[in-house]
Write a protein that binds this ligand. Sequence first.
Ligand SMILES: [Zn+2]
Length: 265
Amino acid sequence: MAEGNLLKMRTSIDGDTIQYQMVMKDTTINLNEFVGKPLKLTYKNQINCIACGKVTSKSFGQGFCYNCFQTAPEAEECVLRPELCRAHLGESRDQEWAESHCLIPHYVYLAVASGIKVGITRNTQIPTRWIDQGAWNAMIIAETPNRHIAGVIESYLKQHFSDKTNWRSMLKNILAEEINLLSEKNRAIDLLPKELQKYAFQEEKLWELNYPVLQFPIKPQSVTFDKEASIEGTLQGIKGQYLLFDNDRVINIRRHSGYLVEVEK
Ligand SMILES: [Zn+2]
């Protein structure tokens, strides 16, 4: 059907359900159409860096060759530790990239995938960021003019909220339905120092996200192309950046960014 290097699945919301697309070199596959049907992914034993395209024997930071991982702006430390972002001081690997990625409005949010977690994202990444994490509920709690301030707010809130998702609970679809995000938002804002409370987001929209899944795994077993040449079976659904196959097998597509694969029906 298609061959190409895997990339993070592209997502959109159409009506009620999240739509997933696998973007390959020459074609785009609408994955929702395959839910409930057979699908096979075969690894071709080649990884190409998602930044420069060169063949790399190992993937660093989800898809980079070693050189790009050390130099590419999208692999800079502030991606993982935004409170250390120094773009607002004019210091970054690539100031032009920083101007369109760090020095733009950011949101701090609370989301529920496994349990409640705090996170930040660029304003353009709503609701993509939550979908990638497999959250089913989310609320924006603060809006800041740049990445650094969002990171500082997040690091305060990390003392009270997790910043991690338990992927097994997320895939098993264990929903923490007792969590009230609006009251958690108010609690979070109250916990902030006065000078940061001014960034509180006024709107109180509760996002609910529905994934195309027929059956969730009971004991998810993660498959990786570092160990197995292919994954084949009935696609039971898609959640986060995972394809859910029958017999509880799951594969994290984003983790395999840059891996060359063949996709067949
Ligand atoms: Zn590279």
